[in-house]
Design a protein around this ligand. Structure first.
Ligand SMILES: [Cu+2]
Length: 171
């Protein structure tokens, strides 16, 4: 277990510091794609509501066999008060840990920065998407199966825990 985690972190560290476009993005698991999920597949995406928070379009990105990491995307809407996503987790049987990340272009390269939290604006929506904010799911314990649903537990400062069932999707 420790070995997997360490390897995953090393991969991320390299991805964040080396030049190398495509290879960097693959290691990261958050490479922007030219195509978007079709409406029919998005309809099956995860949704959950608790207090002022509504999570929708939650998906886990399909990655090639042997990949150490993947990413999860979703829309998080606050009706009223602003809130803050403090952490996220997935079952240990699926992956070792989940971090809050943000990808951004720095000097022409896509890099990512771990976030302590992600602000959800008042009466607004924070979109977690490729090339932007996302959940980084690290240390996958096995190969992913498209269509399988993963339970993601989100912890918010005000709304507390919100659980959403997100399908693994090609995208
Ligand atoms: Cu990331």
């Amino acid at each position: 277990m420790t070995t997997i985690t360490r390897r995953a972190i090393t991969t991320i560290a390299i991805a964040a510091t080396t030049a190398g476009g495509a290879a960097t993005a693959v290691a990261h698991g958050d490479m922007p794609a030219s195509t978007s999920p079709t409406p029919s597949t998005m309809a099956k995406a995860g949704k959950a509501t608790k207090a002022n928070i509504t999570v929708s379009k939650a998906v886990v990105r399909m990655v090639p066999p042997g990949s150490a990491n993947t990413a999860a995307y979703m829309n998080i809407r606050s009706k009223g008060m602003p809130d803050r996503l403090l952490r996220a987790s997935v079952p240990k049987s699926f992956a070792m840990k989940t971090e809050l990340h943000r990808s951004m272009m720095v000097d022409g390269q896509m890099k990512m920065v771990q976030q302590k939290s992600i602000a959800i604006p008042r009466n607004g929506t924070r979109v977690l998407k490729m090339g932007s904010f996302h959940l980084m799911i690290m240390g996958l314990t096995g190969n992913l199966v498209a269509g399988k649903r993963i339970r993601i537990t989100l912890t918010f400062q005000k709304a507390g825990r919100v659980m959403v069932s997100a399908p693994i999707m090609e995208m």
